[in-house]
Design a protein around this ligand. Structure first.
Ligand code: ADP
Ligand code: MG
Length: 353
């Protein structure tokens, strides 16, 4: 049984807009997702959700902490093997396609990387199986250009691409937020179906009501730290943390967007930043937003570029933690998450900060 385990994972970015200060995008995040479980990750914009997804997808290196898949640290897997099991789908499906190629090129790239010797008939059957699993009619999508497909079809096609592999874990980062209401429900139902077949899913959303709909467990992320985590009915039915309560009252209706100003991440600008040796701070990954990352994941052949990006990112802050001095104290203070206590079995709640 495959389990993804995130253990004390932190990520610091050097802020681009804050004069080189540090942003704690993740603060000692720990949780586990066993096979067949859907975990919803909820938090406002800037709370660190995508950073967590990208760390799991090995698109960025954590500053500290470890992630294991099936008991093995994920950076110990050859990249090609890892992406066979762990895949991502992102918010803007269109950006995962190269508009000048037909959409099903994303399948061909998988074939080239993972199944170069598979015969034509066998491959076609495999593609049909994957399309069937996501309820797409081959005639509607094969040979079409991305702009000829609806957002829902584009998103299904990307999920089908993941299913061509032996995928066991899917990071679904805001995958329905750009879809219309009825398509959203279709995609959610698809996730529920895949879950029943054993797929584990990290379902990232800023919309609480949708999280409630699909998931077994819910994690509430605030300023990069978990403030509440537990079985979804418990977190939704009996929210303990003020932040969760605030989110619940702020989003009474399905699809309604939040009205209040996002809290943003914990940052240390100015003084705190200069105490840290800036050469040790992580670099920004070369790929930009979700779109570029999604494109890279979709295009398995681009994995080499990410090896390069990873090498750049390796100038991380790990060294800071093994060092005495003002710098490490500043960083430790920045990363300290609120401590979690068990409210009742399977329901952890943070103390107020
Ligand atoms: P969410 O997905 O919850 O909206 P993100 O994980 O994208 O949040 O971002 C969390 C914080 O980390 C934000 O303050 C964001 O600006 C910062 N951040 C994310 N990626 C980078 C990056 N590559 N370089 C610098 N800061 C980043
Ligand atoms: Mg995000």
């Amino acid at each position: 049984m495959s389990t993804l385990k995130v253990d004390q994972v932190s990520k610091l970015f050097r802020s681009t807009s804050r004069g080189g200060g540090l942003t704690a995008a993740l603060r000692k995040v720990s949780f586990e997702i066993p096979q067949g479980e859907v975990v919803t990750l909820i938090g406002e914009s800037g709370s660190g959700k995508s950073t967590l997804g990208k760390v799991i997808l090995r698109l960025i290196q954590p500053t500290s902490g470890t992630i294991t898949f099936d008991g093995r640290p994920i950076d110990k897997y050859p990249q090609r093997e890892y992406y066979q099991y762990v895949q991502g789908v992102f918010q803007d499906p269109f950006s995962s396609y190269n508009p000048i190629y037909r959409a099903d090129r994303v399948f061909e790239l998988v074939r080239g990387t993972y199944f170069p010797r598979m015969g034509g008939a066998e491959w076609e059957a495999k593609v049909e199986g994957a399309l069937d699993a996501v309820a797409l009619n081959p005639a509607d999508v094969l040979g079409k250009y991305p702009h000829q497909l609806s957002g829902g079809q584009q998103q299904r096609l990307l999920i089908a691409r993941a299913l061509l592999l032996d995928v066991k874990f899917l990071v679904a980062d805001e995958i329905i937020s750009m879809l219309d209401a009825s398509t959203r429900v279709d995609i959610l139902n698809l996730l529920v179906k895949l879950k029943k077949q054993g797929l584990a899913i990290l379902f990232v959303t800023h919309d609480l009501s949708l999280g409630n709909y699909v998931s077994d467990r819910t994690i509430i992320l605030r300023h990069g730290a978990i403030v509440e985590m537990g079985a979804t009915p418990k977190v939704f039915g009996n929210p303990r943390h003020d932040y969760t309560k605030m989110l619940l009252t702020a989003v009474p209706e399905l699809h309604k967007k939040w009205q209040h100003t996002p809290l943003g991440p914990v940052t240390a600008a100015g003084d705190a930043a200069v105490t840290v040796d800036s050469a040790l701070a992580t670099d920004v990954i070369t790929a930009g937003g979700n779109g570029a990352v999604a494109t890279a994941v979709a295009h398995a052949t681009l994995l080499d570029e990410f090896s390069h990006a990873e090498a750049v990112v390796k100038r991380d802050l790990r060294a800071v933690f093994s060092r005495e001095g003002r710098g490490s104290a500043a960083v430790s203070a920045l990363l300290a998450p609120p401590s979690l206590t068990e409210f009742e079995p399977d329901h952890l709640v943070a103390e107020p900060e």
